[in-house]
Design a protein around this ligand. Structure first.
Ligand code: OGA
Ligand code: NI
Length: 317
């Protein structure tokens, strides 16, 4: 089996561009995941964000998590827990408008650093979308436009800590799922591991690596590419050797963006066989996803296809 793809963006400029583009293409087609180094986000900014996130967890989140665990009796479970994740999280929205000033308990410094980091990540996400367009043979800006809707994309960050866990065989840090949205950029702990993806029926570790950014593709890119790229199932295993930090940023379509397979990527025979992904408003997808996140993705696509049948092939395009 090939190793988990680690891609340096430094080599994107110059003679090795072709090779880098090829690696990205292979990762998108065969893994749905890759890890970026030399991505241009300053390492000292990442270090500061990591320090502030861990401080914030200890000061504002850890006690609350412990209380939740003991109130639910989760520290003493004997059988597998299937309706809960062993994680402590909060969410920040950056686009279409930021809510960071409304979030309680964040220091001014943390807000400032989070804002700066998210701006850099937003640019990186858009740069990546254009690299995907290039590899797919779509015009530059196609994916960004597809996500735009009337108010631009939704961009948000889920700040998570996966606390040390006494019985990781009984409770997952985060249960297996695919991500609903577009492209996801993850800044994960460089020491405590836990993230795994499902490849060819096997769970494979996404290796912790200092200052890297893990990228994965969400369900909407699967729809737009009509399955050329697939969102891949992943999960987080809770650990017995420490708390794992993960800062996951989701670059998603705006809620009223209409999502459908790019006409350029539809081949005659797939159309004839009716192997065409559905067309829908992103918000509608999210309603289904909210109820079925920890289930297989196919029924979500099928449910939306069923609501497309009366439209006929022309309306689907
Ligand atoms: C998610 C997710 C992985 C992680 O939040 O969707 O997959 O490592 N997170 O936190
Ligand atoms: Ni996920």
């Amino acid at each position: 089996m090939m190793n988990f793809p680690i891609i340096s963006l430094e080599r994107l400029n110059g003679v090795e561009r072709k090779d880098t583009m090829e690696k990205i293409k292979d990762a998108c087609e065969n893994w749905g995941f890759f890890e970026l180094v030399n991505h241009g986000i300053p390492h000292d900014l990442m270090d500061t964000l990591e320090r502030l996130t861990k401080e914030h967890y200890r000061k504002c989140m850890e006690q609350r998590f412990k209380e939740l665990v003991s109130s639910k009796g989760l520290d003493a479970v004997q059988t597998e827990v299937k309706d809960m994740d062993w994680e402590s999280t909060f969410h920040v929205r950056h686009l279409p408008e930021s809510n960071i000033s409304e979030l309680p308990d964040l220091s001014d410094e943390y807000r400032k650093v989070m804002k700066e980091f998210s701006l850099r990540l937003e640019k990186l996400a858009e740069e990546l979308l254009d690299l995907l367009c290039e590899n797919l043979g779509l015009e530059k800006g196609y994916l960004k436009k597809a996500f735009y809707g009337s108010r631009g994309p939704t961009f948000g960050t889920k700040v998570a800590n996966y606390p040390q866990c006494p019985n990781p065989e009984l409770v997952k840090g985060l249960r297996a799922h695919t991500d609903a949205g577009g492209i996801i950029l993850l800044f994960q702990d460089d020491k405590v591991s836990g993230l795994q993806l499902l490849k060819d029926g096997e769970w494979i570790d996404v290796p912790p690596m200092r200052h890297s950014i893990v990228v994965n593709l969400g369900d909407q890119l699967e729809v737009i590419t009509n399955g050329k790229y697939k969102s891949v199932e992943h999960r987080v295993i809770a650990q017995t050797n420490g708390t794992r930090m993960s800062i996951a940023s989701f670059y998603n379509p705006g809620s009223d963006a209409v999502i459908y397979p790019a006409p350029e990527l539809l081949e005659k025979e797939t159309e004839e066989k009716n192997n065409v992904y559905p067309k829908f408003v992103f918000e509608e997808y999210m309603k289904i996803y909210a109820a079925l996140k920890f289930h297989a993705k196919e029924p979500r696509f099928e449910a939306l296809k069923a609501s497309n049948v009366n439209l006929g092939p022309i309306a689907i395009l």
